[in-house]
Design a protein around this ligand. Structure first.
Ligand code: ZN
Ligand code: ZN
Length: 326
């Protein structure tokens, strides 16, 4: 069989196949394999060249040296760490897994990582805070068709695009994304105030009895607006290791989240042709209690489901919104 025929059979061009055989047959092939394993199969690793030298500060003795010269191709490969599946499936997968375990630990505990299993019984909710409307967009309603009269397919690029581009508040949408982290920060501040008020305590007294912990991810909606998914949990005064006080109930937390989200306003000064505005959360605020998987109550989110959702949202590519994927 000729080179070309073999290459075609393997789905590779002859040059790639020759390269592949060269690497596979190289004496340092195990080092290649090791590097690839350590980067988690990253599709776009960062190539580093250089050296390090560790000296004993007192004596000046060289304790350790490393040079990339000794690695295959004279380079050290480091995973790109991109969270977007469209950029690097391997790194996004790793990130989704890490996120899943992080969120899951916050829900059911992970004593190996310092979160006791008792957090499982702490009151906690899964909250989704969204952006307000900037004008109607093409969508897929649960029943019936889009306002434009069509029934869009799931992958229709028109989804999320304004129905009336001339009337759509593009500037508002851009500003909202830009200030989303401020909106979130104010939300956490107000939430603590609302909790204290409902407990009939000063903020200081409430903090001495109860802590609020957050695990959040930002996601882009089809229309390009950022929104947040968050696990919000009550802990005791010493954090996850201590039980929350009896007044720190699921109902109080849910109620306080709604009140805090309503209160948040972020003023944006006028600039060039843009008037001054006040940014707020959208009215679509969803707060659902999270119960232990074994509690078996219908209609409530289980820990497993929440951890999976959050991991999925965390890596959902921005290009699904049609925005620049960076
Ligand atoms: Zn990567
Ligand atoms: Zn439409």
């Amino acid at each position: 069989m000729t080179d070309t025929a073999t290459a075609t059979a393997a789905g590779l061009d002859p040059a790639t196949l020759r390269d592949l055989l060269r690497v596979a047959g190289a004496p340092d092939f195990h080092r290649w394999q090791d590097q690839i394993r350590r980067t988690g199969g990253c599709s776009d690793p960062i190539h580093l060249t250089g050296y390090t030298k560790t000296l004993d500060r007192a004596t000046g003795t060289v304790l350790h040296t490393y040079s990339t010269d000794t690695d295959p191709g004279g380079r050290l490969r480091v995973a790109c760490g991109n969270r977007r599946a469209s950029r690097c499936p391997a790194c996004a997968w790793t990130y989704a897994g890490d996120t899943y375990h992080l969120i899951r630990a916050g829900l059911v505990g992970d004593p190996g990582k310092g979160t006791p299993e008792t957090v499982r019984v702490h009151p906690k909710v899964f909250a989704t805070l969204t952006a307000p409307s900037f004008g109607p967009v093409h969508n897929r309603p649960l029943s019936g068709s889009c306002r434009c009269g069509l029934r869009h397919s799931e992958d229709d690029t028109a989804l999320g695009a304004p129905l009336d581009p001339d009337g759509y508040d593009y500037a508002g949408a851009v500003l909202w994304n830009n200030y989303a982290s401020d909106l979130w920060r104010y939300f956490t501040i107000y939430l603590r105030r609302e909790i204290a008020a409902r407990a009939g305590l000063t903020q200081k007294a409430a903090r001495e009895q109860c802590r609020v912990s957050f695990g959040k991810v930002a996601e882009y909606q089809r229309r390009g607006a950022v929104h947040f998914h968050a696990v919000v949990r009550f802990d005791g005064p010493d954090g996850p290791d201590s039980p929350p006080p009896p007044w720190a109930t699921l109902d109080l937390l849910t109620d306080a989240i709604h009140a805090a989200a309503r209160r948040v306003t972020v003023p944006v000064p006028a600039a060039e042709n843009q008037p001054a505005r006040t940014l707020r959360w959208g009215t679509q605020l969803d707060v659902q209690p999270i119960r232990s998987a074994d509690a078996g109550t219908d209609g409530e989110l289980t820990e497993q489901a929440v951890a999976s959702y959050v991991a999925k949202y965390a890596t959902k590519a921005a290009e699904t919104t049609g925005t620049v994927d960076r």
